[in-house]
Write a protein that binds this ligand. Structure first.
Ligand code: SF4
Length: 362
């Protein structure tokens, strides 16, 4: 199977209990949260969406989610029924000294945990091993297959370190027979497409479980310089198909064809996915969408996880007002960034709430 993780679509059909509760008007707990752990980064990828979200790069590396509040957050999440949390979505999570303990605490609270990272700072001692025991998956953000390209695309000299950390995960997984899935993610832009085939080969050589190639998300204002070039992606088809040929029985090269093909277009008119999928910023603020980390916070900030418990926030009127406001006021065709994380869920929920004529003729 080329995509055993269903990365190219969504998994809402496996959570119909929560979908049905929502359809019947209940105030539900979210299924998943993308959790930022810091406001800074130790490298600077040239496609970083964080640049639009107040990622301060090296200047922000000391601003992070306070570890005690983070522990309370992941434990609360388990208690109210959140099913997964990914430390991903803003800046570099390994800059937060509380990351390893939070992974363990989240899993012990009943939440499936995941980590997306550039990997450079990954601990290869007891803390790192313990994290691997408790993670469902770890994904390395790497869009370059050589030292030279890594310097160009990630503005860093740490290509060898990154490969060493990936190898550590692969070897630990094998030696300890762990369930964790180890993957690589390439963020495809018109300027790095030459790396797709070499990266597919590198992933196989490193022994990871998969390489996923996804389109670059950009704002409609073209802040990263990719939105106005989305129509160019169709020219990369042959290259991406060749990258896919590196797939073997135990290694998958997964191209997000569906998202690439949409070129940022949506076939729904309102964002309904917020109650199912939330985002929290690297300094502990809860939002309906990562796009609001640095903008329109008066309208869309749901709460502050440092001074309030997650449970308190989810049960507050403010939280549900924001859920409604996103659905009511956001023009998804003109204001939303291309191929947002909630996009596939929104397609599903739109169909679920807008049945076609003759729906019984299945
Ligand atoms: S549809 Fe718009 S508001 Fe909703 S999550 Fe995506 S980008 Fe954010």
């Amino acid at each position: 199977m080329a995509d055993p993780y269903m990365m190219t679509g969504h998994k809402m059909i496996y959570h119909l209990d929560r979908v049905n509760d929502w359809l019947s008007g209940k105030r539900i707990a979210p299924l998943h949260i993308d959790v930022g752990l810091s406001k800074g980064c130790n490298i600077r990828c040239n496609y970083c969406y964080g640049a639009t979200q107040e990622n301060f790069f090296t200047k922000g590396k000391d601003i992070y989610f306070p570890p005690d509040a983070l522990l309370r957050y992941v434990r609360d999440a388990g208690e109210i029924g959140v099913r997964s949390m990914a430390f991903i979505g803003e800046a570099e999570p390994l800059l937060n000294p509380g990351v390893y303990e939070a992974i363990v605490a989240g899993k012990e609270a009943g939440v499936d945990m995941a980590l997306g990272t550039n990997g450079i700072l990954l601990d290869t001692g007891a803390a790192g091993e313990r994290a691997l025991e408790h993670l469902s998956w770890i994904r390395f953000n790497i869009s370059a297959a050589s030292d030279h390209s890594y310097r160009r695309i990630h503005a860093s000299k740490e290509f060898a370190t990154t490969c060493q950390k990936i190898r550590f995960c692969v070897e630990t997984k094998k030696q300890r027979n762990l369930d964790v899935t180890v993957g690589l993610q390439m963020v495809l832009t018109p300027d790095n497409v030459d790396q797709a085939i070499p990266l597919a080969a590198l992933g196989k050589e490193l022994g990871v479980d998969y390489l996923v190639i996804k389109q670059c998300s950009d704002t409609v204002n073209n802040d990263i310089g990719v939105y106005n070039r989305l129509s160019e992606y169709k020219n990369f088809t042959d290259t991406l198909k060749e990258a896919e040929t590196h797939t073997t029985d135990n290694y998958n090269v997964i191209v997000k064809w569906q998202k690439i093909g949409r070129e940022g277009r949506r076939s729904y008119d309102h964002c309904l996915g917020v109650p199912f999928l939330l985002y929290s910023s690297g300094d502990g603020k809860l939002f309906p969408c990562g796009m609001f980390f640095g903008i329109r916070t008066e309208e869309f900030l749901m709460g502050d996880l440092v001074s309030q418990s997650f449970k308190q926030i989810v049960e507050s009127e403010r939280y549900w007002e924001v859920v409604k406001r996103v659905a009511d006021v956001m023009d998804v065709h003109k204001e939303c960034y291309a191929s947002c994380r909630t996009n596939e869920i929104n397609h599903f929920l739109w169909d679920a709430t807008h049945p076609p004529a003759h729906k019984n003729f299945v």
